[in-house]
Design a binder for this molecule. Structure first.
Ligand code: UDP
Ligand code: MG
Length: 161
């Protein structure tokens, strides 16, 4: 439909969020989706998938020499993942704040990791850490046809449009 978004810079920013296999096993998908919905972000892509070794190796390419890397790939392949793309103003930075510290034991209460997990090796969620990385991760996990551009009816309540 008719778009008013162009008047608000950065509203079209997107990030990749993934509920990791421990989060899916622990039935935390709804809780995590709820937090992004209620914050005011827009869901533009969502799927449950068993991540292939290829996608995980590319996703965690920068960590391939870390001692925890083999265990990380086993963990990420241990069951289905819920991959999502969320859109909104400053969504990359805001979602990192919502997710909390990588080490769950350091993550502040009120954050997803700080409320829902206790250890760095099972920290329930992934969030892209920069806009450039988000673009790369979104194209790795989603085909363009799987992402839906749509207008939310409450955009005037969320943004000055
Ligand atoms: N990780 C781990 N042990 C570590 C550091 C990281 O198991 O000592 C895992 C953890 O699942 C983390 C992921 O590797 O979420 C990616 O690490 P990164 O530093 O990118 O943290 P994130 O961006 O997820 O906060
Ligand atoms: Mg990271």
């Amino acid at each position: 439909g008719f778009s008013l978004y162009s008047t608000v810079p950065g509203v079209g920013e997107r990030t990749l969020i993934a509920v990791k296999p421990d989060g899916v096993q622990r039935r935390l998908v709804g809780e995590i989706v709820k937090r992004f919905e209620q914050r005011g972000f827009k869901l533009v892509g969502l799927k449950l998938l068993q991540a292939s070794e290829g996608i995980l190796a590319e996703h965690y390419h920068d960590l391939r020499r870390k001692p925890f890397y083999p265990a990380l790939l086993r963990y990420m392949a241990s069951g289905p993942v819920v991959a999502m793309v969320w859109e909104g103003h400053n969504v990359v930075r805001t979602s990192r704040a919502m997710v909390g510290d990588t080490d769950s034991s350091q993550a502040k209460p009120g954050t997803i990791r700080g409320d829902l997990s206790v250890h760095i090796s099972r920290n329930v969620i992934h969030a892209s850490d920069s806009v450039e990385v988000a673009e790369r991760e979104i194209s790795l996990w989603f085909h363009t046809g799987e992402l839906i551009s749509w207008e939310t009816s409450d955009q005037c309540d969320l943004y000055q449009v």
